[in-house]
Design a protein around this ligand. Structure first.
Ligand code: ZN
Length: 418
C-alpha cells in the first residue's frame, strides 16, 4: 500500500534490515549525536517528516528561512539540521560523499550520506523562524546552543528504537497509523496536539474540533476520529511527566468521555521550538504525515510568553498558498466555565464574558500538587486517579518533572548494542 504524505509525496521509510546494517556500519567514521538529532533521525526514517529523507543541506535551510519552503517549493517552516563541532569534522576527516555512522549514547542509530557540510548564521535563522533573537525565547536559546557546523544528507536507520512501557503501546509510525485509520473506517481524522494532562477545557477543544470536522458526514456510522498526538521531547522541571500525559489522555477514552471507536492516543518525538505560527505550520505537516485530515489549533498554539499574538498561529494559514497543505486547520477560540450558563461553554457563544471563569492550568496544577481533587466539571475523577497513579509509579511521587525524575526517569526508547 502506498501512502501519500506532505507535498503529495509517498511516506518516506528509510530503514535497513539489521543483518545488512551490521555489515554496512563496519569501519564507518562515527559521530555521536544529541538527543534532539537522535529523535529527528528516527522521525525522518519513519516518514514523520515526509518528504525529508535526511537532514537539510544549506539550500533547504536557506529556502525554509527565506521562503518557508524547501528548495523544491514544498511548504516547510522549521529547519531540520544535524549540528556537529567543526573541530570534530576536521579531526575525523569527514567530507562530502562520505557515509558516516550516527550514534546516540554510543549505540549505532543511523547512517548518513554526507551531501553538504556548512556553517550557518544563527541569528538569521532565529529571526526567520522565530521572529526573535531574544534569549528569553526558548527557541532562540535552542538555536544559540547548536554546534557550529551542520551536516546535510540522507539518513537510513540501522538500529530501530525499542520503545519502553508505557510508551510502547502509543508508538505508531505514519504507516502504522494509516493502517489503524483504515481499520477503523475513519474518513476524517482530527489531530489534537498536546503536552498536557487533559482538563475538561482540553476535552472540549477536542469535542468542538470533532463536531466541526464531522458536521456534514452521514449519521449511520461515525467516520471521524480524534488522534491525540502527544509530543515527547526534552522536559523541564515543573512540566507534567510524559507518562501521565499519554496515560491520562488514554484514560479519557477508557472512562468513556470519548467513545472507543472515535479516539486514539499516539506519540511523536519532537523538541518544541515554541515558534508559534511557524510551529503551527510544522505541526500541520507532521499530522498530515500521520494521516490526519484536520488539525485543531487553540489559543496561543506553540507560543511562549508574549512573543506572538494568541491568534497568529490561526492567521498564518490564510497566508500560505492554496493546495500547499492537505490538512485543514480547525481554529478554536476559548472554552470556559460560565456560572450563568451553568456549564462549560465557548467564547464564540456565551454572552456572559464578564462572569466567565477561565480554565487555569496554574490552579489545576497547584491542586494536583496539593492532592486536592478538583471538581469533575473541570477535571475528570478518573483522570485525577490516573495522574496520582502515574506520580507514584513513574514520577517519584510527583506528577510533575522534578530534578530526580529528570535524572532517573525510565527512557522513552532504548537502542540495542547491535
Ligand atoms: Zn454564559
Amino acid at each position: 500500500m502506498i501512502y501519500t504524505g506532505h507535498g503529495n509525496r509517498e511516506i518516506v521509510e528509510r530503514i535497513m534490515p539489521v543483518s545488512e546494517a551490521r555489515k554496512r556500519i563496519r569501519g564507518l567514521k562515527k559521530v555521536d549525536v544529541t538527543g534532539r538529532c537522535a529523535r529527528e533521525c528516527i522521525d525522518i526514517a519513519y516518514g514523520f517528516f515526509t518528504p525529508l529523507q535526511g537532514f537539510m543541506g544549506r539550500e533547504d535551510v536557506d529556502a525554509v528561512c527565506e521562503k518557508m519552503t524547501l528548495k523544491d517549493g514544498t511548504l516547510w517552516s522549521i529547519p531540520i539540521v544535524l549540528d556537529v563541532e567543526g573541530e570534530e569534522v576536521k579531526e575525523k576527516g569527514i567530507k562530502e560523499d562520505d557515509t558516516i555512522l550516527l550514534t546516540f549514547s554510543g549505540k549505532p542509530l543511523a547512517i548518513l550520506e554526507v551531501e553538504d557540510i556548512f556553517g550557518y548564521e544563527k541569528a538569521k535563522m532565529a529571526e526567520a523562524v522565530l521572529g526573535a533573537t531574544d534569549e528569553r525565547h526558548p527557541g532562540v536559546r535552542m538555536i544559540n546552543k547548536l554546534k557550529d557546523t551542520f551536516i546535510g544528507g540522507k539518513v537510513t536507520l540501522v538500529n530501530p528504537p525499542e520503545f519502553q512501557p508505557p510508551f510502547d503501546k502509543f508508538w505508531y509510525t505514519p504507516k502504522d497509523l494509516r493502517e489503524k485509520i483504515a481499520e477503523r473506517g475513519w474518513k476524517r481524522v482530527v489531530a489534537h496536539q498536546t503536552r498536557n494532562v487533559p482538563h475538561t477545557g482540553h476535552e472540549w477543544l477536542m469535542k468542538g474540533a470533532w463536531f466541526s470536522a464531522n458536521g456534514d458526514l452521514p449519521v449511520e456510522k461515525l467516520q471521524t476520529g480524534i488522534l491525540v498526538n502527544c509530543i515527547i521531547g526534552p522536559k523541564r522541571e515543573g512540566d507534567y511527566i510524559d507518562e501521565a500525559i499519554v496515560l491520562c489522555h488514554d484514560e479519557l477514552r477508557n472512562s468513556g468521555y470519548f467513545r472507543e471507536d472515535i479516539h486514539l492516543v499516539s506519540i511523536s518525538l519532537w523538541d518544541m521550538r515554541y515558534a508559534g505560527p511557524k510551529e503551527a505550520i510544522f505541526h500541520a505537516i507532521l499530522r498530515e504525515n500521520l494521516g490526519c485530515t484536520h488539525h485543531m489549533f487553540g489559543r496561543d498554539h506553540a507560543g511562549v510568553g508574549s512573543f506572538y499574538d494568541p491568534y497568529d498561529a490561526h492567521r498564518i494559514f490564510d497566508e500560505i498558498p492554496e493546495g500547499s497543505l492537505n490538512i485543514k486547520p480547525i481554529r478554536v477560540l476559548e472554552w470556559w466555565y460560565c456560572p450563568v450558563c451553568g456549564e462549560v461553554t465557548y467564547s464564540g457563544l456565551c454572552g456572559h464574558k464578564e462572569k466567565r471563569q477561565k480554565f487555569s492550568g496554574t490552579l489545576i496544577r497547584s491542586m494536583l500538587q496539593d492532592r486536592v481533587k478538583p471538581t469533575k466539571l473541570i477535571f475528570r475523577p478518573e483522570v485525577y486517579d490516573k495522574v496520582m497513579e502515574c506520580a507514584k509509579k513513574y514520577g517519584f511521587g510527583s506528577p510533575f518533572c522534578t530534578k530526580r525524575y529528570l535524572a532517573e526517569r525510565g527512557p522513552v526508547f532504548v537502542l540495542s548494542d547491535m
